[in-house]
Write a protein that binds this ligand. Structure first.
Ligand code: NAP
Length: 399
């Protein structure tokens, strides 16, 4: 599927966007007012802070296709993740501002008004001229990179290679629960950890923090690939993670988990969603001298650049990761940092697993577009047993 996508996306054309086919049914689906295509409703922030910086506006700028490989998506449902709460408070501002405006052309405060929301499920409204894999009205899902405007808006612009056709078996609300955690788990387990559907069958995997968004997706994907999965979570999440397929479950609220975990057979890969002092003991649980890897998603990369600036922050980051990797390499295990990576082709593969019934969407609570502050509140309080989803516009099959 990914190679087909590559072949048909690889033509170079000079115009950016295809002429719009205007017919009455499209207008019904896409138009919101007589001033459509210049402004749209969205939740924005104009400065960093707590929930009171969230502001609803009907006058957010309508997204524009700037490159011929971009698409505009009408948002039916948006998923919230812990990173939205962190970004609302300014997390990653230095690095993300640099990614948005690398030459500093727009000068200060260029990120505001900023739209949060990293998952989208919706319908393609317009395609750039280089886009061959999608057509207007295709139902799609995607994870939006944190340096782009998010999905808490009626429309969002994305690169076509970040987008994928939505699973037919899911409603838009369910579909919006998956892309960001799927692209994060895929990047950590496949790109960084070297796992794939053909090499997992005899592997023992430990997921630290298995009951959250990333963990619940990772359990299901690894079980679909035949791995043996051990999970740490709180006692009241045990039934939930077992239902998703976890083989062994260790309750972290019952005391330190190092002891019960070290009584088990050693692991081929550890995915750490918890961080803190876990890396002090977790690498001892890996099979030494066998290519075993520890991949942590909790890294100081963005804090370093926020605190020290881009250049010094990156130097500090490189020095930290190199020192740790070397320290563990001499003990025969690999130490790695994992990061979210947007990928439509990865979502194409996830779609096939979803439609085959191997992965289900775990939506804990659904909010309306007017309830975005309440949705942030929910994510901020933590201890979710699934994702928080905001229904943005009517027109999806479930709205
Ligand atoms: N590097 C990246 O690009 C990247 C991308 C995405 C996410 N992340 C990070 O990855 C982590 C997981 O993300 P998420 O979306 O899955 O977060 P989440 O939905 O908030 O889940 C975190 C889970 O961790 C569990 N937990 C808390 N303390 C624990 C402990 N000591 N031992 C075991 N489990 C514990 C909680 O489970 P209980 O309710 O059972 O206590 C909670 O369900 C977050 O730190 C996030 O910032 C990083």
């Amino acid at each position: 599927m990914a190679s087909v996508r590559h072949i048909i996306n690889s033509r170079w054309l000079f115009h950016l966007s295809k002429p719009q086919i205007v017919n009455s049914s499209l207008l019904r689906l896409f138009s919101t007012s007589s001033r459509c295509m210049t402004i749209m409703p969205a939740w924005v922030i104009d400065k960093y802070g707590s929930n009171d910086v969230l502001r609803f506006t009907k006058n957010a700028s309508f997204p524009i296709i700037n490159y011929p490989n971009e698409v505009i998506v009408k948002v039916f449902a948006a998923g919230l993740n812990p990173i939205d709460v962190s970004m609302r408070g300014g997390y990653g501002a230095a690095t993300l501002s640099m990614k948005r405006d690398p030459l500093n052309i727009k000068q200060s405060d260029s990120e505001f008004p900023l739209i949060l929301g990293r998952d989208v499920s919706g319908v393609i409204m317009e395609c750039g001229l280089d886009v061959k894999y999608f057509r207007e009205r295709d139902e799609v899902w995607a994870a939006i990179p944190p340096w782009k405007q998010g999905s808490l808006a009626e429309f969002v612009v994305l690169s076509a290679n970040e987008v994928s056709h939505k699973p037919k078996s899911l409603s838009h609300t369910e579909a919006a629960a998956i892309p960001y955690v799927a692209n994060t788990a895929w990047s950590a387990l496949v790109n960084t950890g070297g796992l794939n559907k053909d090499n997992c069958s005899k592997k023992r995997i430990l997921i630290l923090g298995g009951s959250g968004g990333v963990g619940t997706f990772a359990i299901q994907m690894l079980k679909a690939w035949g791995a043996h999965v051990t999970v740490t979570c709180s006692q009241n999440a045990e039934r939930f993670v077992r239902e998703l397929g976890a083989d062994d479950v260790v309750d972290y609220t019952a005391g330190p988990v190092e002891e019960p975990l070290s009584a088990l057979e050693k692991f081929d890969l550890i995915l750490d969603n918890v961080g803190g002092d876990t890396e002090r003991w977790a690498l001892n649980l890996l099979k030494p001298w066998s290519g075993a890897k520890y991949v942590t998603l909790v890294t100081p990369f963005l804090q370093n650049t926020d605190r020290l600036g881009i250049a010094d922050g990156m130097m500090q980051t490189a020095a930290t990761v190199a020192t740790k990797a070397l320290k563990h390499l001499v003990k025969g295990v690999h130490y790695r940092w994992g990061f979210f990576a947007p990928s439509g082709p990865a979502l194409d593969e996830v779609r096939e697993m979803v439609d085959a019934g191997q992965i289900r969407a775990v939506v804990e609570e659904t909010f309306s577009f007017s309830q975005v502050p309440e949705a942030f509140d929910k994510v901020e309080k933590g201890h979710a047993r699934g994702k928080t989803v905001v229904q943005i516009s009517k027109g999806g099959d479930d709205l």
